[in-house]
Design a protein around this ligand. Structure first.
Ligand code: NAP
Length: 328
């Protein structure tokens, strides 16, 4: 097998593409021949030692991937050789083969393409947990999605529309806003450059002065405070991530004045602590995929050896939807 190995977590340049012995699964593992692995922002953070999870060195980055089961550990009951699967292992995906715990592997229904499946479990699982579980988003409510043209952002547009919510998609450019409109967003806001100063006015205009009921925020930084100041009475502000780099600090009186909640979202921990609730969410998402209600937006497919190019594209804020690395 070959894998991108992180021996020193000082950044993408230190990753090396190495040949390694093909491993045999332990009792609770399976070996997956990887066909596709998608990039998630945490993959970029983890190779720089900036992510909350710090795996022992060396490790293979790549948090979600899909492929075929090649070997099954003695204790594994729900999977067999030849099954098409998606896996969320946290690491291991940027390789030709991986050994995920079987509990973190989902058999794919017929017709589920590997490149879509590689961009599904974490990306859509996070967003389903955020919008439907943590924020209890309802049909007819308005959700404001920040960074709406990115991986979890595009998933948020689709999931919110699937439950009948109104979506305002906010991004840093007109081109990204246009993609969000194509995906079904009801309105868009470009907060790039000087537009940031007008963000609150735009939110007010698009919500008749009421503000969004739910905010989905994977960006953080200097967007959070003006947006939280604009939230509706009883609003729910979902803290999903900090792609801009800065962790916002808010005056707590704002929460009091709006009767609003700041709601944390940590899908990996949810999946570990509440596996049955997570499995139910993934089942609903797979049904929505089969019905065409959700489908990963794939920006580019690149050969696995081109991982550094893909990381550069993500780090320079250019991704629209998902980047997928493939093995022939
Ligand atoms: N809480 C959880 O369980 C969970 C799970 C998965 C991901 N996340 C987090 O969600 C965030 C987004 O992940 P993703 O995989 O969707 O990433 P992504 O596809 O790269 O999207 C991130 C978006 O953030 C915006 N952004 C603002 N400043 C940026 C910068 N300096 N560099 C890059 N992007 C910047 C960009 O939108 P604009 O250009 O439009 O601003 C970009 O589209 C990350 O912080 C990630 O850690 C959290």
């Amino acid at each position: 097998m070959h894998a991108w190995l992180c021996e020193n977590p000082i950044g993408v340049d230190a990753l090396v593409w190495k040949e390694l012995p093909t491993p045999e699964p332990q009792a609770d593992e399976v070996r997956v021949a990887i066909r596709a692995a998608s990039l998630n922002f945490p993959d970029l953070l983890i190779v720089q030692n900036k992510y909350q999870m710090k795996p022992p060195l060396p490790f293979v980055p790549g948090s979600e991937y899909a492929g075929g089961v090649e070997a099954v550990g003695a204790g594994v009951k729900h999977l067999k050789v030849g099954d098409a699967v998606a896996a969320f292992g946290g690491t291991g995906g940027f390789a030709t083969h991986a050994l995920p715990k079987a509990a973190l592997v989902m058999p794919l229904p017929p017709g589920f393409a590997f490149d879509d499946a590689s961009a599904f479990v974490l990306t859509y699982g996070t967003t389903h947990h955020a919008l439907l579980d943590r924020a209890a988003l309802k049909a007819g409510e308005t959700v404001l999605v920040l960074g709406a043209a990115g991986g979890v952002g595009t998933a948020a547009i689709q999931i919110a529309k699937a439950v009948g919510a109104r979506v305002i998609a906010a991004t840093s450019s007109d081109a990204k806003c246009a993609l969000c409109t194509e995906l079904g967003a009801d309105a868009t806001i470009n907060y790039g450059g000087d537009n940031l100063a007008k963000l609150r006015d735009e939110i007010k205009r698009l919500t008749d002065g009421k503000g969004p009921d739910v905010v989905y925020d994977p960006v953080g930084g200097d967007l959070a405070e003006p947006v939280f100041r604009s939230i509706a009475w009883r609003g729910r502000y979902l803290v999903v991530g900090f792609a801009q780099g800065g962790i916002p600090a808010l005056p707590w009186n704002l929460a009091l004045l709006k009767g609003a909640s700041i709601v944390g979202v940590f899908w990996g921990e949810f999946a570990r602590r509440e596996p049955q609730a997570n499995a139910a969410a993934l089942t609903q998402l797979a049904q929505w995929y089969a019905q065409g209600k959700v489908k990963p937006v794939i920006d580019q497919r690149l050969p696995m050896v081109d991982l550094p190019k893909a990381f550069a594209h993500m780090g320079s804020r250019q991704v629209r939807g998902k980047l997928v690395m493939t093995n022939a």
